[in-house]
Design a binder for this molecule. Structure first.
Ligand code: CP
Length: 345
């Protein structure tokens, strides 16, 4: 398929334009036109992501993948997406193997890496730190997760997945009912996703978390001001009733303060086959950003749904590649060359 830009041509490049360069730092950079353009481009990327077609549109370009916090999906899928477009990847993982362990600042690190790479993906434990990387460089910077702040590329691939699942089911995002379950305080993916979904019309959100891990009030207020219904449910089963999408998240104990105690969290939170059968619409779509915590007592998304077609988690992870390819192509200004550059694999 061809990438034909929308009536609002350039909305995506414009959304990513930040302080004299192009960066992806927050979902608040996006409007509906920019989302539509990104997803149209992600559709074009699908055959390359699946190795049916080949493109070398980023040949010679280098990605610096700087991950100062644990990651599997985000680090590998950003790297794979860059390679699928013909580029190469340099990695650094954890503080121990970076000169930040010797006290080097974000500013110096960012300036140095800018001389080596054409784009930088950063994951860092402090909220706002990735924007600090971006301010120090003119090379495009992508926020791969800044502490409990945001994870914009995850939210974009989540929304892309919701649109594809809804297209199969004959539904629209406008008017949808989304249940968000788990750690809504520290879960940056839910912060980014709810802000992105708030750009649509007439949504209903039902939120359920342990009391100390509720969605930040300022996010709930902003989404409500946009005309959406945001309700806090008394039980997980109540939150799920009538939902089109269940978005489950892991409890992020690694972000707890030393004296933080988790109360009101029990096995009622586990999203499993019995709960889905008893509480949900038959066509509900079950999502999770992953990783899911499989340790005893984690009450996370159950493996007993692994073969259930309503479980979309691996379609979600697959969608990370074309969406991240589309982000790179746009940030590096080659989005219009992709269709022309494609050949059979
Ligand atoms: N969803 C997500 O961010 O996964 P990783 O932590 O494995 O990158």
């Amino acid at each position: 398929s061809e990438y034909t830009q929308s009536a609002h041509e350039g909305a995506l490049r414009q959304a990513l334009a930040t302080e004299g360069s192009h960066h992806l730092l927050s979902v608040s950079q996006f409007n509906r036109d920019a989302i539509d353009e990104l997803f149209q481009l992600a559709d074009v990327m699908q055959p390359i992501a699946r190795r049916r077609k080949v493109s070398r549109v980023l040949e010679g370009a280098v990605l610096a993948n700087l991950f100062f916090e644990a990651s599997t999906r985000t680090r590998v899928s950003f790297g794979a997406a860059f390679c699928r477009l013909g580029g190469s990847v340099c990695d650094t993982t954890g503080f121990t193997f970076s000169s930040m362990a010797k006290g080097e600042s974000i500013y110096d690190t960012s300036r140095v890496i800018s001389g080596y790479a054409d784009a930088i993906v950063v994951r860092h434990p402090e909220q706002g730190s990735v924007a600090e990387f971006a301010r120090a460089t003119n090379v495009p910077v992508i926020n791969g997760g800044d502490g409990p702040g945001e994870h914009p590329s995850q939210a974009l691939l989540d929304l892309y997945t919701i649109q594809r699942e809804f297209s199969r089911l004959g539904k629209l995002v406008d008017g949808a009912h989304i249940a968000m379950v788990g750690d809504l305080k520290y879960g940056r993916t839910v912060h980014s996703l709810i802000k992105l979904l708030a750009l649509y019309r007439g949504l209903k959100f039902t939120l359920i978390s342990p009391p100390s891990l509720a969605m930040p009030a300022e996010i709930v207020e902003a989404v409500s001001r946009n005309g959406h219904v945001v309700e806090t449910a008394a039980t997980p089963a109540q939150a799920l009733a009538g939902a089109d999408i269940i978005y489950a998240t892991r409890i992020q104990k690694e972000r707890f303060a030393n004296d933080e105690v988790l109360e009101g969290f029990d096995n009622a939170f586990e999203i499993n086959r019995a709960l889905i059968e008893s509480a949900c619409k038959p066509e509900v779509v079950v999502m999770h950003p992953l990783p899911r915590d499989g340790r005893p007592g984690s009450h996370d998304l159950s493996v007993d749904l692994n073969n259930d077609p309503r479980l979309a988690i691996f379609r979600q992870t697959d969608n990370g590649i074309p969406v991240r390819m589309a982000i790179f192509a746009t940030l590096l200004g080659v989005e219009k060359l992709v269709s022309r550059s494609m050949r059979d694999a």
